[in-house]
Design a binder for this molecule. Structure first.
Ligand code: COA
Length: 150
């Protein structure tokens, strides 16, 4: 597997990006301002992540996704660790990520990669998404904010 920056003449991997974020409008808005990376294997795009500078010295991992048939093989973890390394190499001092209260696997993955929970944005998904989101039998309402010093 090779992870690289998406070139400016290449299309965004929208199918993958929408796995992580169901709002096309929100994805289209941040992907243009951010830095999109792709993971390729045998000429197929199997994963992606997007880094978006937010405040001075702070970058947010606003999207991370792995092709559904490739889940559970360690690719997501490699992408998160690559994003952390990239942010550090670019001189950022803090990397942040947010995920839903119902995203149990993602909360496990991010904490295994060194993120700590720093806050809760209550009712974020109620305010910003029109569709009701449910995972693991839990309604997704709140954004759990995680952060890591680089
Ligand atoms: N409890 C404990 N650990 C769990 C867990 C759970 N319920 N679910 C996952 N994990 C752990 C795994 O054990 C693994 O850790 P390990 O390597 O120490 O065993 C780690 O989390 C992730 O495994 P990995 O195989 O690298 O993940 P993946 O390749 O399936 O990718 C996602 C993870 C989230 C990127 C992938 O599931 C995905 O694309 N989901 C849809 C998009 C999405 O939700 N993106 C994030 C939006 S916030």
């Amino acid at each position: 597997m090779n992870i690289r920056n998406l070139n400016s003449n290449e299309n965004y991997p929208m199918g993958l990006l929408l796995l992580a974020d169901p709002s096309l409008k929100i994805v289209e808005e941040y992907v243009k301002r951010g830095n999109c990376f792709i993971a390729e294997s045998e000429n197929q795009i199997i994963g992606t992540y997007v880094l978006l500078p937010t405040r001075p010295e702070t970058v947010e991992l606003v999207n991370i996704a792995v092709a559904e048939e490739m889940h559970g093989k360690g690719i997501g973890k490699q992408l998160v660790l690559h994003a952390i390394q990239t942010a550090r190499r670019k001189g950022f001092k803090t990397i942040e990520i947010g995920t839903g209260n119902s995203s149990i696997g993602q909360l496990a993955l991010y904490q295994k990669c060194g993120f700590r929970i720093v806050g809760v944005d209550a009712d974020f998904f109620i305010r910003h998404y029109t569709e009701k989101i449910c995972e693991n039998g839990i309604q997704c309402r709140d954004m759990i904010r995680l952060s890591q010093d680089l």
